[in-house]
Write a protein that binds this ligand. Structure first.
Ligand SMILES: [Zn+2]
Length: 390
């Protein structure tokens, strides 16, 4: 919510009045000069929205404050005047006590956009950056939380029919944001300590065109071509690639020549490397994101197998093994050092930076995993993701 500064107000006072950590109020207003508050200036208060109350017989400010569990001054602050005539409307600051993200709805790119917009409105210390575009010109979003030194990238939905990974990551972001404003723990760790130690860069949908293809079917103008690429099938549930049939997680120059020889030679639903490394707009954006930020750790969320892949050709640093064991202990998943697969984003990241990179295979079964697995997967993953930020 937004409030207007009055004479004598300070951010410290707002922090106390609304029980919101000061750092989050400061960071919610980083785009405006709040070092020197001016009377009448607008300030964002994260974790609140405005609702209203129609005045009834017998209402008083102290009584209303009590019934809405607010300080009286919180009511005075958001209302220009407090006319308590019956039928008048009083604005009420309402603390957000539930998640905005519902991960069990039809989670296509449109839904992702709606949720990102809502999270930015309610938690303005969350930052959004567009890191590129998909083939169909959908924006690729990176959401950033925290101000610590350690930078961690977590990405989801590289593969189209693994869209449940977006649901998991969005639920995690919402839980983390809510734990922050409430100054609570998440998986046993104080959320604010994670905020101080780390910077999370979440890329919730690397392959929006592919996810929409799996969930909504092909766009009309591409229907014929896509059915051909899909070996004549109209069922796209087995589709992993981007919209032009390139497998985005087989696009990176890490053992390219070797992998190319044993994979499909033309575009299709999965496994085609493309004609050259990093030829797709989505993989270009992902490579640039890593090169720009130089992440300390990187986690790619995939399905399925309940496994954590953490090595690449012996180039992984020593700390990768300990982190993988820690992640395995947190999630119940199995840590696996090497697997007979190359040219992935995490392979390239390890090769390029010699820093810990992980591919995490969420859940168990046949892709696309049903949303009925969501709760079980999330229960395993939340503690792992928290460890990744620690
Ligand atoms: Zn995958």
């Amino acid at each position: 919510m937004e409030i207007q500064v009055r004479s004598g107000d300070t951010l410290e006072y707002y922090s106390q009045l609304f029980s919101i950590p000061l750092v989050l109020i400061v960071d919610s207003n980083s785009d405006r000069n709040v070092e020197q508050l001016r009377v009448g200036q607008t300030v964002h208060i994260p974790g609140y929205t405005i609702s209203s109350h129609i005045i009834r017989h017998g209402d008083t400010i102290s009584g209303l404050a009590k019934s809405y569990q607010l300080e009286q001054d919180a009511l005075l602050l958001v209302n220009q005047s407090t006319d308590l005539s019956i039928g008048e409307k009083l604005l009420i600051p309402s603390r957000i006590t539930q998640n905005i993200v519902d991960p069990k709805v039809h989670y296509d790119f449109t839904q992702l956009n709606l949720d990102i917009r809502a999270l930015l409105e309610y938690y303005p210390f969350l930052q959004k950056r567009q890191i590129g575009n998909s083939v169909l010109n959908n924006p690729l979003y990176e959401l950033q939380i925290g101000k610590g030194k350690r930078k961690i990238q977590i990405n989801a939905s590289f593969h189209a029919n693994e869209w449940i990974t977006t649901c998991i990551l969005m639920q995690f972001l919402n839980d983390y944001l809510r734990a922050l404003v409430d100054d609570q723990e998440i998986s046993g760790v104080q959320a604010l300590s994670l905020y101080d130690q780390s910077q999370l860069f979440a890329i919730p949908m690397v392959n929006p065109d592919g996810v929409d293809l799996v969930l909504n079917g092909p766009p009309k103008d591409l229907e014929k071509q896509l059915i051909t690429l899909n070996n004549g099938l109209t069922d796209f549930s087995g589709w992993k690639a981007n919209i032009r049939g390139v497998d985005l997680n087989k696009q990176f120059p890490a053992n390219w020549e070797f992998e190319k020889k044993r994979k499909p030679t033309k575009p299709g639903p999965r496994d085609f490397l493309g004609l050259t490394p990093i030829s797709e707009p989505e993989t270009k954006a992902m490579a640039q994101s890593a090169l720009r930020e130089g992440f300390d750790r990187l986690l790619s969320l995939h399905t399925q197998g309940k496994e954590i892949y953490w090595g690449y050709e012996g180039m992984e640093p020593a700390e990768s093994a300990a982190l993988a064991q820690d992640f395995a202990a947190a999630s119940g998943y199995e840590a696996v050092q090497y697997v007979d697969s190359f040219v992935g984003y995490k392979d390239w990241f390890i090769q390029e930076f010699r820093r810990p990179g992980f591919t995490i295979e969420l859940g168990f079964g046949q892709n696309p995993l049903p949303i009925s697995q969501f709760d079980e997967i999330y229960t395993d993953m939340q503690p792992l993701l928290v460890r990744a930020l620690k």
